[in-house]
Design a binder for this molecule. Sequence first.
Ligand code: AP5
Ligand code: ZN
Length: 215
Amino acid sequence: MRIVLVGPPGAGKGTQAAYLAQNLSIPHISTGDLFRANISKGTDLGKQAKSYMDAGHLVPDEVTIGMAKDRMEQPDAENGFLLDGFPRNVSQAEALDVALKGDDVKLDAVLDLEVPEDEVVKRIAGRRICRNDSAHVFHVAYKQPKAEGVCDVCGGELYQRDDDKEETVRKRLEVYHTQTEPIIDYYREQGLVVTISALGKVEEVTARAMEALGR
Ligand code: AP5
Ligand code: ZN
């Protein structure tokens, strides 16, 4: 399956993507995680992305689209993928359409996670991620690690993301409404959008998502 996951910052895209990708045997491709891995390694791409991310802005399309396409061309993504955080504006969605058309394949669904803004703010405020891999995600109240401050998966140190500060979160939410939400209409015209509530326990949301995807 080829799936795009959309939803506001803190909706639980990364959390759900980990389970859905496993259930569906497809790779989880997160442009946010790719940028953070580049920042940790100190690559030029990471250096370019960091100032935009810290300000809550989108990284320019010239950088993002090439990086996402490179990742989608890896052998493990040949038969499907779960995109998390890409596309994030209409021009990225158009670029993705062109790339898929070139491969003669199509998206199967766009899964839209709906969460009220006050819940999103609580989820982001308590989020802690792993220094070794930003896909290892915890929450101080909702998903506590077994040992405080230590990643259950790899033993890495947990910390708060630089862009999870309140003022940056406000900017990210604004960018979501103005630039990312329009892709939902774009995909609705293609009949691809399935919207689910992302409230409730993580496993309840996963079950809802699997059902919405017809699995
Ligand atoms: P990115 O990393 O994609 O961030 P985001 O979209 O803002 O999403 P988040 O990672 O904040 O949240 P999430 O929905 O994954 O929630 P999570 O599962 O962690 O992007 C970061 C930046 O990179 C962007 O601002 C931009 O600068 C740049 N970027 C990335 N892609 C780009 C692109 N395509 N174009 C341009 N720029 C791009 O969950 C949140 C918390 O809630 C966690 O603590 C979790 O444990 C908890 N939680 C999850 N589910 C539940 C639940 N059901 N109940 C209770 N708690 C829960
Ligand atoms: Zn870890």
